[in-house]
Write a protein that binds this ligand. Structure first.
Ligand code: PEP
Ligand code: MG
Length: 325
């Protein structure tokens, strides 16, 4: 099976009816890039930079981050690299940041909220990303955006850091694309406004599901309630794509659901441009993609959107899957 899958690594990820869906990789560390490329990834759709900050006594310096971002971009040889700014908090802690203990960490001091509060930390990262952007095809995105103000505040820092670099004569890509993750239901509700100020959307289903269903993604006791195929999730996905299409910006999906073959008809039905997937799942998704028909998935999605329960959505998707066994 593994060998058979390896044979499709270099084939273009297109459906039977010739629709291209870019399959990219999620990576947590630099080391994963080689594996991603061997699996035929067309780029990195999510680089979780918080791993650079973890298991150490202090935050990585600008120089250290610059080196990593530049090397990853260069290893990708022109394929896009989407760097997500620090997404710490929630389940990920940093001892040296002395974060207060919170009753509800996933609803607390996390991701962009920390970056906009600890601005030296954020600006150091922005400088490193911008400097690396001169050496490869780098894009950047902000995690856990819940309001337009957050995007504007983050971009204000970005603009000011750009001015600093210009004044210092340090090269960077002034046109680097900046997108946002869609993982808070509020962002979906204002996606039309956000789409006007973001170059792209990347849907983080891991958090989107936990936030819309009010189900802590780490809590074993209620794990059975964590239901990615809940009709509410499907509607949010559909709304996000509609808003992006109206604004003419691309949408990717980077949560674990992007790597679940059962969800593939949903992505194809929605017309998602890119799926960013854990490296181990890329070839399995590609295998299924090569046998899928987008036009059929569009019809299937219409049906799915009308179903009122997760159970019925599961059943309909399982029925659709039978044609591949
Ligand atoms: C997500 O929330 O779906 C996501 C991709 O980000 P993370 O799992 O790092 O929170
Ligand atoms: Mg997330």
């Amino acid at each position: 099976q593994k060998e058979r899958l390896q044979q499709i690594a270099d084939i273009a990820p297109v459906t039977v009816d010739q629709k291209l869906v870019r399959l990219a990789a999620n990576i947590n560390t630099e080391k994963e890039v080689e594996h991603a490329l061997r699996s035929g990834a067309l780029g990195v759709g999510l680089f979780r930079t918080e791993f650079l900050y973890m298991d150490r006594d202090s935050a990585p310096s600008e120089e250290e981050q610059f080196d990593v971002y530049r090397r990853v971009a260069e290893k990708l040889g022109g394929k896009p690299l989407i760097i997500r700014t620090l997404d710490i908090g929630g389940d990920k802690r940093l001892d040296y940041m002395a974060l207060a203990k919170e009753d509800n960490p996933f609803l607390g001091y996390r991701a962009i909220r920390i970056s906009l509060d600890r601005t030296e930390l954020f600006r150091t990262q922005l400088r490193a990303v911008l400097r690396a952007s001169h050496y490869g095809n780098i894009k950047m995105m902000y995690p856990m955006i819940a309001s337009l103000e957050e995007v504007r505040a983050a971009n204000a820092h970005l603009d000011s850091v750009k001015r600093e670099l210009t004044a210092e004569g340090i090269p960077y890509n002034a046109a680097m694309e900046v997108g946002i993750t869609i993982e808070v239901p509020a962002a979906v509700m204002i996606a039309d406004a956000l789409a006007k100020e973001a170059a792209f959307f990347s849907i983080g289903t891991n958090d989107l599901v936990q936030y819309v269903l009010a189900v802590d993604r780490m809590n074993e006791t209620i794990a059975h309630l964590y239901e990615p195929f809940h009709p509410a999730v499907l509607r949010l996905l559909n709304m996000t794509v509609e808003a992006a299409k109206n604004a003419g910006i691309p949408v990717a999906v980077c949560g674990e659901l992007a790597g679940d073959v059962k969800a593939l008809p949903i992505w194809l039905g929605l017309g998602i441009e890119e799926l960013s997937i854990s490296v181990q799942s890329i070839l399995q998704v590609k295998d299924r993609l090569l046998q899928s028909d987008q036009a059929e998935c569009r019809k299937l999605l219409e049906e799915l959107l009308k179903l009122p329960t997760a159970k019925e959505i599961h059943e309909r998707l399982s029925e659709a899957e039978r044609q591949y066994s």
